[in-house]
Structures are given as structure tokens and as C-alpha cells.
Design a protein. Sequence first.
Length: 172
Amino acid sequence: MDLLRKSMRSPYLAGIIIGLLQIPAFLLVDTALGASSSFVTASGFLFSAFDSSVAEIKYFAKYMSKDKYFWQSALVTGIALGAFISYKASGRTSSFSSPSWRSLSVSPAALPRIIQGFIGGFVLLIGARIAGGCTSGHGISGLAQLSVGSSVAVVFMFVGGIIAANLLYKRS
């Protein structure tokens, strides 16, 4: 139980566990790990509560008709819940924001940070859907399947991440 109380866990162990999670994902649900399609599933069902014709739209119908997308929705929910439980179990009492976030010239108030996070997440989700998958879909599952498209996507994800980090954290 000491592992649950650590404030940081081994990224190597986490990587191995995520990699091994590919096996039951393919064998039991016939799908790859990914997160962005679960948001399409959730929004499709949310919108269909107000307009039943949403389920007939080809894009939503693809994600609303298969059980594997419910599994991905459960995965995303589990990631968020697991992160929260891990945070609480670590015994930390500081805020959720990291030291690197606090070092930026961004408002420390909660509401602006929440709005910025929501907008950033929304833009990221749009990009993931345009790219046909998110970083976990391409980076973990696509590379495991030796997908050329995923390999190209991952290279450019790293390029974009390096550029963004240098712009955000450039020291004078």
C-alpha cells in the first residue's frame, strides 16, 4: 500500500501496464486504446436526447452503435477517476496546478485556469478528431500496430510539443 501513498510513481511501470492493456483491448473488445472517440459517443448520446435524428448522422452513428466505444468511454472515466484517487491517496494538500503552470504568467485564479483548460482541451479534441485519433490512439495503439499514419502523427506530435514547450517556457 506504500505505492499508493507516493506522490510520483514510475513512468516505466505505467508504460508497461498501458502497453499490456492493449492485449485485452484487442482480444476482448476488438478495439485499440484511445480516448477521443469516447467524446464523440458521449456528445452523440447527449444530443440525441434532444433530437433523435442525431443517431442517423453518419459520423455519430459510427460511434454510437458499437459496444467498443462504450469501453473507451469507461476508459476515459477511469483515467480521470484514477488520477483523482491517486492524487488523494498521495496525501498531497497542494493545489492541482503544477509548479511549471504556476511559473507561467497566467492568472492564479481558478476560473481563468478552468476556462483556459476547457478551451485548450476543446481545441485539442478537434485536432484529435481531424487526425483520426488522439495521442493515446496513435501513440500507443497505432505504433503497436506499426501504423505508418500513426508513426507520422506521433513524430509531428513531438515536434509540436517541443515547439510549444520552447515558446511557453523560454527562459530569458
